[in-house]
Design a protein around this ligand. Structure first.
Ligand SMILES: Cc1cc2nc3c(=O)[nH]c(=O)nc-3n(C[C@H](O)[C@H](O)[C@H](O)COP(=O)(O)O)c2cc1C
Length: 183
């Protein structure tokens, strides 16, 4: 969507924040964005949830990525045409975009819309996730991503974006929103 000519702002009524989160870190960032910009919040859920066991989910995601398998989503957005700005939030999994976010971007025609990626990871960054977003939506206007360290389930660190750390992340989100001219 073009910024409003008069105010230079993106129309906040047409924002949706679509996110995937297993241990709550990406959800915490989604909540912060929502506090700042409003819009609808939509959590991506699978028809068949991933296993709770960490080693089991790692093995499954690895297999899905190798085969290009797109797990069916339980989440449905019936009014996607009403949104022109989509924040898309995901953890880094297998140094990639998680399969459910690949499913989401494949399922909907988002051509011409503005996509704003945000991410949490275990300390190894975004990997190839942004390139994959670009490949899955070549006709999207993709803004600079926000990426920050969240938990590291492998080492037993689940929700890390809480308390003081959450305040710190909130300040970083605010700076980022200003840098991409959302606020
Ligand atoms: C299946 C799986 C694979 C992961 N792979 C990576 C990875 O490749 N690199 C990384 O930095 N963190 C990896 N992580 C850690 C998560 O990105 C990190 O804990 C993130 O903050 C989790 O977000 P969430 O709390 O919203 O689920 C992985 C976590 C899971 C469950």
């Amino acid at each position: 969507q073009e910024p409003d000519a008069a105010t230079g702002e993106i129309d906040k009524e047409h924002i949706v924040i679509v996110y995937l989160s297993r241990t709550g870190n990406t959800e915490a960032v989604a909540d912060i964005i929502h506090q700042e910009v409003g819009g609808e919040m939509v959590e991506l859920k699978l028809e068949t949830p991933y296993p709770e066991d960490y080693d089991a989910i790692v093995a499954q995601v690895d297999r899905e990525n190798e085969r290009g398998y797109l797990p069916p989503l339980e989440t449905e957005i019936t009014n996607i045409e009403e949104y022109d700005t989509l924040f898309i939030g995901f953890p880094t999994w297998d140094m990639q975009l998680p399969p459910p976010m690949k499913s989401f971007l494949s399922e909907y025609d988002l051509s011409g819309k503005t996509l704003i990626p945000f991410n949490t990871n275990g300390g190894y960054g975004l990997g190839s996730s942004i390139q994959q977003v670009e490949e899955l939506c070549p006709e999207c206007n993709i803004l600079d991503a926000f990426s920050i360290k969240g938990g590291l389930e492998r080492d037993g660190i689940y929700l890390a974006i809480k308390g003081e750390r959450r305040d710190q992340v909130h300040a970083e989100v605010t700076d980022w929103l200003q840098s991409i001219e959302i606020q």
